[in-house]
Design a protein. Structure first.
Length: 249
């Protein structure tokens, strides 16, 4: 099972999370590309760390929304979104190649991630940009999403992820962050959910129902309080359950 986290989200003098520690825990890093977070130096540091620690680099593409951290859904034309995604891919891939690394997959961020679960127009624009950049580039997203469906139809290797520290709705989608309880903070609950996802491919939704969730990768957030300790506990819990941590890309 792959373990991924959103990293490289600092900007200028503002720091988000403890990337140095998180890079030693995960097998894949979703690195911000400068639009929702990140900057050239942060991308450079992230790609160097990934290369040194044999962590796979994913392009964490998002809306052009630094002020909102990419968590505000934007209405964009096909060409606007196509161009923005293509720009972000080129920027991160160029930095990665300069230090011996590479962009090994694409995972959208925040509001864009959530929107292309159901929005075929924006999903098509993102897929088209990824395909134009590299028609063989793997993609990562929510199981059953429009984004993964269109990417697979375009010939991209598709991988599904689940979230160890997010609450789920009965339809298998995530509880919106605007609602109480959307993010899980109890380490025991998070570890239990991670192990259940990895070993039984299921999760308990907020209404108590059991939802089937097939995942190739588990995401843990690096920007929540106690994120590093939580990530360590998750990795140790998975390994105790006999789950080998290995990158999917």
């Amino acid at each position: 099972m792959d373990l991924n986290a959103d990293l490289g989200e600092s900007f200028g003098s503002w720091t988000m999370g403890d990337d140095a520690s998180m890079f030693r825990i995960v097998s894949s890093a979703n690195v911000a590309c400068g639009f929702h977070a990140g900057d050239p130096l942060t991308m450079l540091d992230s790609c160097r760390a990934a290369f040194d620690l044999d962590v796979r680099v994913g392009a964490h593409v998002g809306y052009r929304d630094l002020a909102g951290f990419g968590r505000r859904s934007l209405d964009m034309s096909f060409d606007e979104l196509f161009g923005d995604v293509l720009y972000q891919l080129g920027a991160l891939d160029g930095v990665a190649h300069a230090v011996g690394a590479s962009v090994d997959y694409v995972k959208p961020h925040g509001a864009l991630y959530n929107r292309i679960v159901h929005d075929p127009d924006q999903a098509e624009a993102v897929v088209a940009a990824v395909h134009a950049y590299d028609p063989g580039l793997p993609v990562l997203g929510l199981p059953g999403s429009t984004w993964l469906k269109l990417a697979e139809e375009s010939g991209h290797p598709v991988f599904a992820e689940a979230f160890v520290d997010r609450a789920y709705l009965p339809d298998g989608t995530l509880v919106p962050r605007s609602q109480d309880g959307a993010v899980l903070h109890d380490p025991e609950a998070v570890v239990a959910q991670a192990v259940r996802l990895a070993t039984r491919a299921e999760v308990v939704a907020v209404d108590g129902s059991v939802v089937s969730v097939r995942a190739d990768s588990l995401c843990i957030h690096g920007d929540t309080p106690g994120a590093v300790d939580m990530a360590v506990a998750v990795r140790q819990g998975l390994e105790r359950a006999g789950v080998e941590i290995e990158a999917f890309a």
